[in-house]
Design a protein around this ligand. Structure first.
Ligand SMILES: NC(=O)C1=CN([C@@H]2O[C@H](COP(=O)(O)OP(=O)(O)OC[C@H]3O[C@@H](n4cnc5c(N)ncnc54)[C@H](OP(=O)(O)O)[C@@H]3O)[C@@H](O)[C@H]2O)C=CC1
Ligand SMILES: CC(=O)[C@@H](O)[C@H](O)COP(=O)(O)O
Ligand SMILES: [Mn+2]
Length: 383
């Protein structure tokens, strides 16, 4: 029986993780749940999965929860409680499905406790990839990709020698505005941007997908997860999201992982890695129904956020931290109606230009730069 902690249990990845666990009660048991403000859903999850520990974001919400707790469940609130609970939990596997760089400290705590971590929270790797991967080596912890592209790469690498790998090719749907003109995009609303063509996901990643920053974050995520130089990571637009990513080997053979777009596949693969299990949910892929698959080159004008992410990744040091934090702040402003859609890229560019890169920041400096940049961008003072 594998004991599991789910961080971000009420979100898109969190609820799908619990759907997968529900299908295999003989294999997985939920030891810990953590979420933010959705207390009504948290109550249902607690009743169903009876975890030993629940952590919510705000102290003020604890009262709403306490009357509904099974006798064996303890509930706590706040970041310090979350980190304490992660240090103590008997869960061997931690699914980090929190959104944003707030996932970094829980990831580091889980690593120090030697856990296996399903890392959906890509911002952790973008903001502090060096520290996260170094800590994994030091504490014997393992990160398993959950992001669909990185899961596809992981699957396409199985049974191969690492030295034979030449190139990673990450696919991108192109997001909500892939068929919009530059003029139309000027007036795009949050509602337009949240209308992803292929995936149903949380708000932040859906906006990132529309700006193509999601692909930029994924390039940096791939760099750290697979120890691959940026020049050997390519992105191709693939509008159907059927091929989830590809690995090219030195003999020019390319191995791809395919399937209908459904995150339960990558989630289950992470939970059962390296084994596979039966899975209800994803539709079977019938290629005769899909008919044609399309591929396009990146457009340097339209996909400016992706190029900024490549540059920040190649620069290294504190540059990706600023990229990620500025993006988080800008996406929030856009969702609040305080920034135009093209304004997201402009704000990130300004934040990066205003930052003097620290080549080897300490983890404390990373956390400070992250906080400061996000605050500045949220207040509109990024220059
Ligand atoms: N959704 C998807 O299909 C994919 C997502 N990802 C990545 O996975 C991560 C999660 O994305 P997604 O599931 O879409 O995001 P959602 O916004 O749907 O979910 C975020 C989760 O984090 C919780 N949360 C917020 N604050 C806290 C806190 N302080 N402590 C604990 N939990 C907290 C939220 O709780 P509450 O709702 O209760 O406030 C919610 O459960 C992101 O990094 C994203 O980029 C990657 C690939 C695909
Ligand atoms: C499902 C998943 O992994 C998302 O990160 C997905 O990649 C978003 O799609 P695009 O960024 O390709 O539009
Ligand atoms: Mn992805």
């Amino acid at each position: 029986m594998k004991k599991v902690a789910v961080l971000g249990s009420t979100g898109s990845i969190g609820t799908q993780t619990l759907e997968v666990i529900r299908q295999h009660p003989d294999l997985f048991q939920v030891s810990m749940l953590a979420c933010g403000r959705n207390i009504e859903l948290a109550k249902k999850q607690i009743t169903e999965f009876q975890p030993a520990t629940v952590v919510i974001a705000n102290e003020g919400d604890l009262g709403k929860l306490k009357a509904h707790l099974p006798p064996e469940t303890r509930a706590m609130a706040g970041e310090a409680a979350l980190l304490d609970a992660l240090g103590e939990t008997d869960a061997a596997f931690v699914m980090n499905a929190m959104v944003g760089s707030q996932g970094l400290k829980p990831t580091m705590t889980a690593i120090k406790a030697g856990k296996t971590i399903g890392i959906a929270n890509k911002e952790t790797l973008v903001t502090a990839g060096h520290f996260v991967t170094a800590a994994c080596k030091r504490y014997g912890a393992q990160l398993i990709a959950v992001d669909s592209e990185h899961s596809a790469i992981l699957q396409s690498l199985q049974g191969s020698n690492r030295s034979d790998v030449e190139r990673l090719i990450i696919t991108a749907s192109g997001g909500s505005f892939r068929d919009w003109s530059a003029e139309e995009i000027q007036h795009a609303t949050p509602k337009d941007a949240l209308n992803h063509p292929n995936w149903s996901m949380g708000q932040k990643v859906t906006i990132d997908s529309a700006t193509m920053m999601n692909k930029g974050l994924e390039v940096i995520e791939a760099h750290w997860l697979f120890d691959m130089p940026y020049e050997n990571i390519d992105v191709v637009i693939h509008r159907e999201s059927i091929i989830h990513s590809l690995v090219e080997y030195q003999d020019k053979s390319v191995i791809a992982q395919m399937g209908t777009p459904d995150m339960k596949g990558p989630i289950q693969y992470a939970l059962s890695f390296p084994d596979r299990l039966e899975l209800d949910g994803p539709e079977r892929l019938n290629l005769w129904e899909v008919g044609t698959l399309h591929f396009e080159k990146i457009d340097p004008v339209k996909h400016q956020c992706l190029l900024m992410a490549y540059r920040a990744g190649e620069t290294g040091g504190s540059a990706p931290t600023v990229l990620n934090a500025a993006n988080e702040g800008a996406v929030q402003r856009f969702l609040e109606g305080k920034l135009s859609f093209p304004g997201i890229a402009n704000v990130i560019e300004k934040a990066l230009a205003a930052h003097s890169v620290i080549a080897e920041p300490t983890i404390e400096e990373v956390l400070e730069i992250d906080e400061e940049t996000r605050e500045r961008v949220r207040n509109g003072t990024e220059m």
